[in-house]
Design a protein around this ligand. Structure first.
Ligand code: 6PG
Length: 242
């Protein structure tokens, strides 16, 4: 069953999200000695990353991954890695040697191939998985169209075979068009997804996410029983504040 928590405002969402992430990291560390956390980009999660960065000791066993990345360099203002770095999370509270950047500068195809190899290399021997790596937690935002990571409505990427764990995107409707994204099977195999949403522009997408699963709303295809949603009142389903 999806857990949904509504908060008064974005700072409260970030505080609640930080507590959730730290709790998941702590449990993963206790159970497996390591915690694999994947980050998304966009404007929503930055506050949460800033708060997480204040807990370097609780991130001691964390390996940072990315749910998606734009095909730009790491210093580009569009880079999701740059967001994680500038909030003090990547390369600060979590040292660079435990940060696994998607190499967007290689372009979609080669960047996706390299990242899939890295996931298999780093998660393969520890998880013993056949084809889909198991992350402990994926932090996601949601677009007004219901996209998550760089999986957009109706995209063929949503039908990718299970063994294709990291995908090139060349036609993102959200600029920039070229991206790298974890696949839906990887998001569904994760032990948990934490989806953050703030603002009235997300309310319809959240409504649709909780409705009938459909490729027209990628967020609706997440594993409901492993999904935690933390949002502000404006983004809450049926908030009526459109
Ligand atoms: C990206 C993100 C993307 C984002 C949503 C929501 O690289 O663009 O990973 O999936 O989470 O588009 O973006 P906002 O948080 O800016 O609304």
């Amino acid at each position: 069953m999806t857990t949904l928590t509504s908060c008064a405002d974005a700072p409260t969402v970030a505080e609640r999200a930080t507590r959730h992430v730290l709790s998941v990291l702590d449990r993963a560390r206790a159970e497996r000695g390591v915690a694999h956390l994947a980050l998304s980009g966009g404007t929503t999660p930055g506050l949460t990353y800033e708060l997480l960065a204040r807990h370097p000791e609780e991130l001691a066993a964390a390996e940072l991954w990315f749910a998606d990345e734009r095909c730009v360099g790491p210093d580009d203002e569009e880079s999701n890695y740059r967001l994680a770095r500038e909030t003090g999370l990547a390369g600060g509270a979590c040292p660079e040697e435990r940060v696994h950047r998607m190499e967007g500068e290689l372009g979609p195809a080669l960047g996706a191939k390299r990242y899939a190899e890295l996931l298999h290399e780093r998660l393969g021997e520890s998880e013993g998985f056949s084809s889909v790596p198991v992350l402990d937690l994926v932090i996601l935002g949601i677009g007004p169209d219901g996209h998550v990571a760089s999986l957009f409505p109706g995209s063929p990427a949503l039908q990718a075979p299970e063994q294709e764990i990291c995908l090139p995107i060349t036609d993102s409707p959200k600029p920039p068009p070229e991206r790298i994204t974890l696949s839906l099977p990887v998001l569904r195999a994760a032990r948990g997804c934490l989806l953050l949403a703030t603002g009235a522009s997300k309310a319809d997408a959240v409504d649709a996410m909780l409705g009938e699963p459909t490729p027209h709303v990628p967020a609706s295809l997440l594993r409901r029983e492993r999904l935690t949603v933390i949002l502000d009142d404006d983004a809450a389903p049926g908030s009526g504040r459109r």
